[in-house]
Unconditional design. Structure first.
Length: 421
């Protein structure tokens, strides 16, 4: 982003540094010439030198018009007017007096000043014009009286002063441009620092927004596979994880067992107590599943009061053992603290990929097994095996109930029943 500013009378509003520098020098010189020309015009007029006064008046008008043109932004036109009119006026004066007398030297003064105000082509043009006018007038109107040494010294001094003025203007313009460049550099550095700060702040904001977005996406993804009531993963999660688990087991020849647990008479609990009690039963049953199973097992709420437990590295016998622990833990749980006289049992069907290879096969086998457990009287574990005999759990403590002996309860609750077609 570039901006232009007006700094004073001797400056113009432009983005071109070279043009700004030349205009500054020109305004300085033209202002001095204008003041000197006005004074000399007045002095020559009162002294009776009307022809000289008329020439100086032309210089005065040309200088003033050049200043106006330069201030309006037409720098080249103003400079052209200044460097063309004075030589022509001087030539007219020499022709009028029929005496060149040092005209060739005096006319070189604009050439010295041109270096501080014109581009290279302009300097060449002014030098050519000065040489043509000076030499032409000297040849056409030779001096009538020999030129004195004092006149030569005076003309050389004027030429030297013009050269010195041009050098000083060049140094002054260079210093001004250096100051302007330093100021622009500091402003640019400040702008760059502000921009870097804003970029850093914006980057931090974007990183925070991205982090929040990732966190929100993670939460949404987790909520999509999480059951809000029990806190367990839902069926969507098991539909994604179970195929991977079974495929990994098949690849490395490791068994995977699947157990489906169904809360017995859950509808009666909802109807006989309340839906709030039913919800609390599901929450506490979920807590029992998490407590009894391994950290490597995947426990999900499969739907309603049905839960799926996937057990990697487990045969059906090992899974049936774990299922019996779940069944007993549920039966022994103090449900009366949830509601008076409340009793909760669970029926569990167990299958594995050894006896039911494949995702759909093992899941269907576990589903048929849990239905067999329901049909056989509930509160029991049914495992899908090729051995029709019972699976014994001698290391598990017996569960004594009021309705039947413990030994009979064990036989009914844990059966090895082949329910495959």
């Amino acid at each position: 982003m570039t901006t232009t500013t007006r700094t004073g009378f001797f400056s113009i509003d432009t983005e071109n540094s070279d043009l700004r520098w030349r205009a500054h020098n020109a305004l300085l010189v033209l202002t001095g010439v204008l003041i000197a020309a006005v004074v000399l015009t007045f002095l020559n007029y009162i002294s009776g030198s009307s022809d000289v006064a008329l020439t100086l008046l032309g210089v005065t008008l040309a200088s003033g018009l050049a200043i106006v043109l330069i201030k309006s932004g037409r720098v080249n036109l103003g400079l052209a007017l200044f460097f063309i009119v004075p030589p022509i006026g001087q030539a007219v004066g020499m022709a009028t007096h029929q005496d060149a007398r040092l005209g060739a030297l005096l006319i070189l003064a604009p050439v010295a000043l041109a270096g501080a105000m014109l581009p290279p082509r302009g300097i060449v043009a002014v030098a050519a014009l000065s040489v043509v006018v000076g030499v032409g007038c000297t040849v056409a109107f030779p001096p009538k009286v020999p030129i004195t040494t004092a006149e030569i010294i005076l003309c050389m001094s004027a030429l030297l002063c013009a050269i010195l003025l041009s050098a000083l203007l060049g140094v002054s313009g260079l210093r001004q441009e250096m100051k302007r460049a330093d100021k622009s550099t500091r402003a640019l550095a400040q702008l760059n620092a502000d921009l870097e700060r804003r970029v850093a702040e914006r980057t931090d904001e974007l990183q925070q927004a991205l982090s929040q977005q990732r966190q929100l996406i993670g939460e949404l993804a987790e909520n999509a596979v999480r059951d809000p009531l029990t806190g367990l993963h839902n069926r969507r999660f098991s539909d994604h994880e179970l195929p991977i688990m079974i495929a990994t087991g098949e690849r490395y020849n490791h068994p995977v067992a699947v157990a489906l647990a169904d809360v017995d008479n859950f509808k009666l609990i909802n109807d006989g107590y309340s839906y709030d009690v039913g919800d609390e039963v599901l929450r506490q049953f979920s807590a029992i599943l998490i407590e009894v199973t391994r950290s490597s097992d995947r426990v999900t709420r499969h739907g309603g009061e049905e839960f799926l437990i996937a057990m990697p590295e487990n045969t059906v016998e090992q899974a049936a053992f774990a299922a019996e622990r779940i069944r007993r833990a549920v039966q022994e749980h103090p449900w009366h603290l949830v509601a008076p006289d409340l009793k909760v049992t669970v029926s569990i069907g167990v299958a594995d990929t050894i006896h039911s290879p494949g995702l759909h096969e093992v899941r269907d086998a576990a589903d048929r097994a849990v239905h067999e457990a329901k049909r056989s009287g509930r509160n029991r574990v049914v495992a899908v095996t090729t051995d029709p005999g019972p699976i014994e759990f001698p290391n598990l403590p017996e569960v004594q109930t009021d309705s039947e002996p413990a030994q009979q309860r064990e036989v009914h609750s844990v059966g090895s029943v082949d329910v495959r077609p």
